[in-house]
Design a protein around this ligand. Sequence first.
Ligand SMILES: NC(=O)c1ccc[n+]([C@@H]2O[C@H](COP(=O)([O-])OP(=O)(O)OC[C@H]3O[C@@H](n4cnc5c(N)ncnc54)[C@H](O)[C@@H]3O)[C@@H](O)[C@H]2O)c1
Length: 396
Amino acid sequence: MSKRPLNVGLVGGGKGAFIVQPHQKAIHFDGTRRVVAGALFPDPKIALEEAANWPYPLKGYGSYDEMIAANASLPADQKLDYILIVTPNFVHYDPAMKAIKAGIPVFCEKPLCLNLKEANDLVKAARKAKIPFGVAHTYLGHWTSRLSRYIVQAGLLGDIRWVDSYYLQGWLATKLEATGQMQAAWRTNPKLAGGSGCGGDIGTHALMQLRYVTGLEVTAVSAQLETFVEGRALDDHFTIYCKLSNGGKALVRASQICIGCKNDLGIIIAGTKGTLQWRQENPESITICLANQPDRTYWRGAVTPGDGFLPKDMPAALMAEPTIPAGHPEAFHDAFARLHRCFEADVRKYQAGEPFACDGSKYANIEDGWIGIAFIETCVKSSSKKGAWTSMPKKI
Ligand SMILES: NC(=O)c1ccc[n+]([C@@H]2O[C@H](COP(=O)([O-])OP(=O)(O)OC[C@H]3O[C@@H](n4cnc5c(N)ncnc54)[C@H](O)[C@@H]3O)[C@@H](O)[C@H]2O)c1
C-alpha cells in the first residue's frame, strides 16, 4: 500500500473557529495524513487571508465550491483524499453532497445536517457512490469506549436493563448569543443549528455513545425539550426517556445550563449481572460494579484478560489499539486521532479498490448520522405533544 500521506481539505476553520483545532492536530498525529488545503471562511477574501496566515502551508480557496470543483477532475493521486467539514450545521449538507458527487470521501462534523430530508439524500448519495463517510462523534475514539463496547456486547454485564447517557454543560446558562459570541450565535438559531439546540449539539453525542457501546437502538421516545434562558429560540435542556430495542429503558439527557459543568459526557449501563460507568472528563478508565464484589477499575493499556471478569480471549484488534503505555494520559485529541486513523484505513482501501468497512465499529458512519437526525426530529415531535411516546422512523 502507498505510503504517500493522505491529503485533507478543510471546509471551515478560519477566524477563531473551535473544532477545527483538535481535528487538524489529530489529522497530523501519525504522519500519515496532513492538511493541505482549505476553504476556511464564507467570505472569499477572508478565506484566502486566513489560509495565507495558517501556521503551515495551506492551499487556500475562496469557497468550498471552488475547492471541490478544482479537485473533482484531478487524477486520484493528486486529488484531495478526503475533506473535513467543520462548519456550523447548516453548512454540512451542501459541501458533503458536492464532495460525494466529486468522488471525495467526507469526514463531517455532527449533527450530520439540518433535517431528515437532507439526511436521506446524503445517505442515498453516499451509498450510490460507495464512498467512505465518517461523522465526528469524538468520544467513540476513546479506547475505553472500545473496551466498554466489547464488555457490553460480549454480554459480560448480562441483559441491559437501563442506560443513563448524559452530556452536561454550563456555558449557555446566560444569553451568551446576545453578546455575538460566534459559537453561541449559530447554535441557538434554528435556521443554522436545526430543530433542537442542546439536543442537536450534545444530545446526539449522548445518543451515539449509548448506541455505540450497547449496540442497542432507541425505538421510541418521550421527550421534553426545554428552554431555561428567556428569549432563546431553541432548547437548552433536553431530557429524553427512551425505549430500547431489547425491551430495556434509557435516559438520553443533555443540558447547557448546568453552571460548573464543562463537558460532562458520561454513561451508566446497568445489566442483570453488573453496571459499567464511564465519564469523558476522566476518560482513561471505566468502572465495573458486580453484585457483592469490590468495584473494578480498568485502565486503558493495563487490562489483563482472564482476570475473573474479562475473558482470556479478548479480541486482538482491541488489545492492540492503545498507542502509549497506561499512565501516560490519552484524552480528547487522541480520541479524534483514533477516529481519523480508522477513517484513513477505509479511505486507503477505497482508493485501492478493496472492500472497506465504514460499518460504525470504529467511527460513526453516515447511517449513524442519519439516526442522530431522526432522533432529534422524533424528540421535537414528542416534546410538542407534551412528551407523548413517539416511535423512531424505520431505519433508512
Ligand atoms: N465533535 C465534537 O466534539 C464537536 C465539538 C464542537 C463542535 N462540533 C461541531 O462542529 C461544527 C463546527 O462547530 P464549531 O464550534 O467549531 O463552530 P465555529 O463557529 O467555531 O466554527 C465554524 C467555522 O466554519 C466557518 N464557516 C461558516 N460558513 C462557512 C462557509 N460557507 N464556508 C467556509 N467556512 C464557513 C466559520 O467561519 C468558522 O470558521 C458544528 O457542526 C458543531 O456541531 C463538534
